[in-house]
Write a new protein. Structure first.
Ligand SMILES: [Cu+2]
Length: 162
C-alpha cells in the first residue's frame, strides 16, 4: 500500500513539474542577403528581423566583387569579393535600424537596410505571470485521486485496527 502511495505522489509531482514547463521562445533565424541578377542590388535589400537573428551575406560566382559595410561599422564583410559568406548576429538590445552599402557600388544604389525589432521578454521574466489553465485539470485530477486514495487508506486502516 505504501508503494501505491509513493507511486501516486510521484505521479502528482511529475504533473507539477510538467506544469512548470514554459513554451519555447522562437528559434533564432538566419536571413540570407545575396546579390540580384542586375549585379548591382542586394537581394533582398531590406529585411526586418528580431534581436537574436542572424543576417548572412552570401554570394558566389558574381561578375563583380561586392561587400557589405554598415554605416557605423557595426558589421563589415571585408574586402569586396565575388564570393562572400559573412554572417552577423544582432544580439539582444541591438534593436534599431542599420544601413549598409556595398562600397564599390554604393553610388550605383547598391545599398540596404536592416530593421531589428526587440526580442520578446525572456521566458524567465514572464514565467510567474503566465497562467497555464491546460495543466489544471490534470493537477486537480491527480490531487483528487490522491485524496480519495488517502481517505480509502485511512478508512481501511481503521477497519484493520478495529
Ligand atoms: Cu556591389
Amino acid at each position: 500500500m505504501r508503494t501505491l502511495l509513493v507511486l501516486l505522489t510521484v505521479l502528482l509531482l511529475a504533473g507539477g513539474v510538467q506544469g512548470d514547463l514554459q513554451p519555447q521562445t522562437e528559434e533564432p533565424e538566419i536571413f540570407v542577403i545575396s546579390v540580384d541578377s542586375t549585379n548591382l542590388r542586394f537581394s533582398p535589400s531590406q529585411v526586418t528581423i528580431t534581436e537574436g537573428d542572424t543576417v548572412r551575406f552570401f554570394w558566389s560566382g558574381q561578375a563583380l566583387p561586392h561587400n557589405a559595410v554598415e554605416a557605423n561599422g557595426v558589421f563589415d564583410s571585408g574586402e569586396p569579393a565575388r564570393a562572400v559568406d559573412y554572417a552577423y548576429t544582432f544580439e539582444r538590445g541591438s534593436n534599431g535600424t542599420y544601413d549598409f552599402v556595398c562600397e564599390p557600388h554604393a553610388s550605383a544604389g547598391m545599398v540596404g537596410q536592416i530593421t531589428v525589432e526587440p526580442a520578446p521578454p525572456l521566458v524567465e521574466e514572464e514565467a510567474e505571470e503566465q497562467e497555464e489553465p491546460e495543466d489544471t485539470p490534470f493537477l486537480s485530477g491527480s490531487a483528487t485521486l490522491l485524496s480519495m486514495f488517502l481517505a480509502w487508506a485511512f478508512v481501511s486502516r481503521r477497519h484493520g485496527n478495529g
